[in-house]
Design a protein. Structure first.
Length: 113
């Protein structure tokens, strides 16, 4: 069955960096666009970044220039490099197979001020 497993979250100070990973199984990974989303306490889940099967990327305005999404099809993994982190980036981060209902379980990112 399809599985998405995120890792790499944690506690970091303002201005710090984290790299999230999402390992996929049960799909032909290279065929699919992948996305990262986040949900802060009391807020709706929101789009963060996406990457197509061909490697084209797009980002939410709030993370442009700070976050970078990438993929390694040999490892069936999508990454989110997060730099210059701010307290407002604190959320649970989820990966998703775009245009499907498959989500990972989420990984917590906390940015302290």
């Amino acid at each position: 069955q399809v599985q998405l497993v995120e890792s790499g979250g944690g506690l970091v100070q303002t201005g710090g960096s984290l790299r999230l990973s999402c390992a996929a199984s049960g799909i032909t990974f290279s065929f699919y666009a992948m996305g990262w989303y986040r949900q802060a306490p009391g807020k709706q889940r929101e789009f963060v970044a996406a990457i197509t099967s061909g490697g084209s990327t797009n980002y939410a305005d709030s993370v442009k220039g700070r976050f970078t999404i990438s993929r390694d099809n040999t490892k069936n993994t999508v990454y989110l490099q997060m730099n210059s982190l701010k307290p407002e980036d604190t959320a649970v981060y989820y990966c998703k197979i775009q245009l499907t209902s498959y989500w990972g379980q989420g990984t917590q990112v906390t940015v302290s001020s």
